[in-house]
Design a protein around this ligand. Structure first.
Ligand code: AMP
Ligand code: ZN
Length: 500
């Protein structure tokens, strides 16, 4: 039976079990960055929420399909207030002082996309299954807009194509912005296209034959709106209905609200079952802003200030995703100390990797319990502070019992590395490529593992009594089960043989 993974669902306002439509297979979309500048640590806090969801789902044995996009066109400066009167963020960035070093907007987008990939690796985020770009899916976006027009959910004016909010009575169900006054408030300060039928209507396509990035469409030259990009790409790779959609809290309205409207107007079925939003990061108690001098990117902290990448990762996940999070340099210093301890414990545990169970010590069992506590904390609405505290407790146990460690200490550290991504792996410490997924001997060991351990025990006894015929027979039986064994002065270890 699958473990219960509970997460707050913005749609229902409750912590609920995450239940994939296809049992055991999580199909998950997380909104990626607009690549008009370097992603900042606030962006990465949201990406890390998605990363931890992915790691936790995998730890309980789920298959995952994870899609996170790159917005390289169509995110207007006024999109956050729904009205399409702003400038495209990419085009504006090209005109800025930093933008002058780029030949054109494509060059700018390429530069910031590859910077994103490198920061992504620096912070040890898992690779998505697909990282689609908005500009590579214009055709699908046009097709969806055509369908929305055909079914009466959209209309055309001389400046664009708009989604008609009136045609979708469920609009506002995610954000709670159902009341007409709330919506009016959200759009009050922007220039309104006089041809728009309703101030709430949002742009699906902007007609603009002068724009730096433009495509030909049934409505002439122009470019797509930001919201249409995400619902179209999510559905293209994950299907009409997905299990989970994530992003930062600013995306609840209008971006995700609009995604729901566009998708459900066509399918008439819930687009995503679960919606997860990360609270905004603040720096030293204030909103992060360039003009306040507290704006940090990953590369600035790591390359210019020499912050250890995994310490930055640990600091960014040290607060639960749903609580207000204050990034401080004091947290960063604590995280550096903790990462150094994780590293030390990992070295020791790595040395004990081939050591058989030490029956005279309870350390192995304690670490198995500790791992389960870390996992349980993550399964409980990604309670990262509790998970990190339990992981550090395990580290303390390892550092305090150096002479009692066996392979379970190694398994513990591998498990923590897989779950939290904060344990530094160097090449020579990294796992044997033939080793299959980490086997953490949980207290309720599965029957196959019990059988293997029994056979190994019987073989050791046969060897002790010099009954090598029996010992070899048992080894052959294990080999037939695809289990390889290795004898060392510290005992016998085993692993599943790779099928690759
Ligand atoms: P953007 O590049 O503005 O589209 O943002 C990319 C992602 O980062 C989105 O999910 C945003 O909600 C998220 N984000 C932006 N600023 C912050 C912040 N200060 N804290 C947490 N997440 C943020
Ligand atoms: Zn999005």
């Amino acid at each position: 039976m699958s473990r219960d993974f509970r997460l707050f669902n913005t749609l229902t306002g409750q912590v609920e079990s995450l239940i994939p439509i296809e049992p055991g297979h999580l199909r998950f979309y997380s909104c990626g960055p607009t690549v008009y500048s370097y992603a900042h640590i606030g962006n990465f806090r949201s990406f890390l929420t998605a990363d931890l969801i992915l790691r936790t789902a995998r730890a309980i044995g789920w298959k995952t399909t994870y899609v996170t996009n790159i917005t390289d066109v169509g995110h207007l400066t006024d999109d956050d207030t729904m009205d399409p009167s702003g400038e495209d963020r990419m085009a504006r960035a090209l005109q800025s002082k930093e933008g002058q070093r780029f030949a054109n907007v494509w060059d700018l987008s390429r530069h910031y996309s590859s910077a994103l990939q490198s920061d992504w690796l620096t912070l040890n985020l898992l690779e998505p299954d697909v990282q689609p770009r908005a500009t590579e899916h214009i055709r699908e976006q046009i097709q969806t807009i055509e369908k929305l027009l055909a079914c009466g959910a959209a209309y055309q004016t001389s400046s664009g194509v708009y989604f008609s909010v009136e045609s979708f009575p469920n609009y506002g169900s995610l954000s709670g912005n159902k009341a007409a006054e709330a919506l009016e408030l959200a759009v009050r300060d922007v220039v309104v296209d006089p041809e728009k039928k309703d101030p709430r209507d949002f742009a699906l396509w902007k007609k603009d034959a002068e724009h730096l990035m433009q495509w030909y469409s049934p409505w002439g030259w122009g470019f797509p709106g930001w919201h249409i990009e995400c619902s179209v790409m999510a559905q293209a790779y994950l299907g009409e209905q997905i299990d989970l959609h994530a992003g930062g809290e600013d995306l609840i309205f209008p971006h995700h609200e609009c995604e729901i409207a566009q998708a459900e107007a066509l399918t008439k079925r819930p687009f995503s079952r679960h919606w997860v939003h990360t609270r905004f990061l603040q720096v030293e108690g204030r909103k992060m802003a360039k003009r306040l001098g507290n704006f940090h990117t990953v590369r600035e902290l790591v390359n210019d200030r020499g912050v250890a990448p995994l310490a930055l990762r640990l600091a960014l996940i040290s607060g639960q995703y749903r609580k207000p999070f204050n990034f401080t340099f004091s947290t960063l210093r604590d995280s550096e100390r903790h990462v150094a301890r994780f590293s030390e414990a990992f070295k020791l545990a790595h040395g004990a990797r081939d050591r058989g169970h030490n029956a005279a010590s309870t350390v192995g069992e304690t670490l198995i319990d500790r791992y389960q506590s870390v996992l349980n904390a993550l399964l409980d609405d990604l309670n990262t502070p509790a998970a990190i505290a339990q992981a550090l407790d395990g580290v303390r146990t390892i550092l305090g019992h150096k002479d009692q460690l066996d392979k379970r200490a190694y398994n513990f550290m591998r498990g923590i590395a897989d779950l939290l991504g904060i344990v530094p792996f160097t090449k020579e410490m990294s796992a044997d490529p033939n080793e299959t997924k980490i086997q953490l001997e949980a207290p309720d060991t599965d029957p196959l593992t019990t059988r293997i351990e029994e056979l190994i025990q019987a073989r050791s006894e046969a060897r002790k009594t010099r009954d090598f015929t029996l010992a070899d027979k048992i080894r052959d039986e294990l080999l037939a089960m695809n289990i390889e064994i290795k004898d060392s002065p510290n005992g016998t270890s085993w692993r599943k043989k790779s099928n690759i």
